[in-house]
Design a protein around this ligand. Structure first.
Ligand SMILES: [Zn+2]
Length: 331
């Protein structure tokens, strides 16, 4: 099967020949996106978020509002004023949801100079010390006029709403939700110019001993497209991918979480490298990827709600799998 390296911010090896044919050149892709934008109706009925009670309590409209607020901030590239305003926004929203928020600043060399970055980490104590870690990045690619509605607004909006759901609950597992800085390369995607925030978080967790207690890492990235179609990532951990995809299928989202495969380098890699089970939920086959056309009108509140519903529904399964030992010790 033919493969091709597809990179601009995230590197993917696409195994689907039809996509390779459809994605023959960047010019063609951009034209397609532009004509689509011109002809697309404002909001098709299926793009409306379902009522929260239909998606496990997850409110797709709230998630979409977060994405809208993030896009209104503008570019959110690491080290910029937009990034700092995004950190303030995330912190305020999370505190408003009753979440314990830990801003974790760090310095790192980059191809454009030394930089301070900041991961915003929510740490929800659970009955058991075993950790379930959710990840999203919140920075945007350093490109002119790039506001990143899908990349990284969509997954950030979903994780903010997920935090609102999980923070007030008493969960069996300890749940962390990390909003990562610096996923995007400043220049071309080439190590180590990428995934600054996730590499920092994985290293810190290894030092503190938290990584040894981390049972699963679930990353979401670019999950807001109107035509959302998420392939299995071949580099992700099989049992965890199976759990997420079978949950999606059970909830009736088999047309979105499809069975074909791709392979992606993203924020889950530093955890996989340290032998922590991890899965990436990503739709990389979007025509507006890393272009100024990555704007709010390309997104669907329903897509956000679908992914949020799946994430909410996976939690009890992971709790059943991993929280039993500690729970047995309780009186
Ligand atoms: Zn990107």
């Amino acid at each position: 099967m033919s493969k091709r390296i597809f990179h601009v911010g995230i590197l993917a090896l696409f195994a689907a020949p039809f996509f390779l044919a459809a994605c023959g050149g960047k010019g063609a892709v951009t034209t397609e996106a532009a004509s689509e934008a011109a002809s697309a109706p404002a909001a098709a009925p299926q793009q409306t978020a379902p009522a929260p009670e239909k998606t496990g309590g997850f409110d797709g409209r709230r998630a979409f509002q977060h994405v809208s607020d993030l896009v209104a901030i503008g570019p959110r590239t690491a080290g910029t004023d937009g990034s700092r305003r995004t950190q303030d926004y995330l912190t305020a929203q999370l505190k408003g949801s009753g979440c314990p928020v830990d801003p974790e600043a760090f310095h790192t060399p980059t191809p454009i100079g030394d930089m301070e970055m900041r991961n915003i980490v929510v740490k929800i104590p659970g009955t058991s010390p075993e950790i379930l870690l959710f990840l999203t990045h919140y920075d945007t690619k350093r490109l002119p006029n790039f506001v990143g509605a899908d990349d990284s607004g969509s997954s950030t909006g979903v994780m903010l709403e997920l935090a609102r759901q999980l923070c007030p609950r008493k969960n069996a597992l300890t749940i962390w939700i990390a909003f990562l800085d610096g996923e995007e390369a400043f220049l071309e995607w080439k190590d180590p110019d990428n995934t600054y925030g996730s590499r920092e978080l994985a290293a810190r967790m290894a030092l503190s001993g938290d990584l040894a207690r981390t049972k699963a890492v679930i990353l979401a990235d670019m999950i807001g497209s109107r035509d959302l179609r998420i392939k299995r990532d071949a580099s992700s951990t099989s049992w965890l991918t199976d759990m997420v995809w079978s949950t999606a299928s059970r909830l009736g989202y088999g047309d979105i979480f499809v069975s074909s495969e791709t392979s992606v380098l993203d924020d889950h890699v530093p955890f996989l490298s340290r032998r922590v089970p991890a899965v990436d939920i990503i739709d990389l086959e979007i025509p507006y990827w890393h272009t100024p056309q990555d704007t709010l009108d390309k997104l669907s509140a329903r897509s956000l709600a679908v992914v949020g519903h799946v994430l909410i529904a996976v939690v009890p399964q992971l709790e059943q799998k991993f929280a039993r030992a500690s729970a047995a010790l309780l009186p």
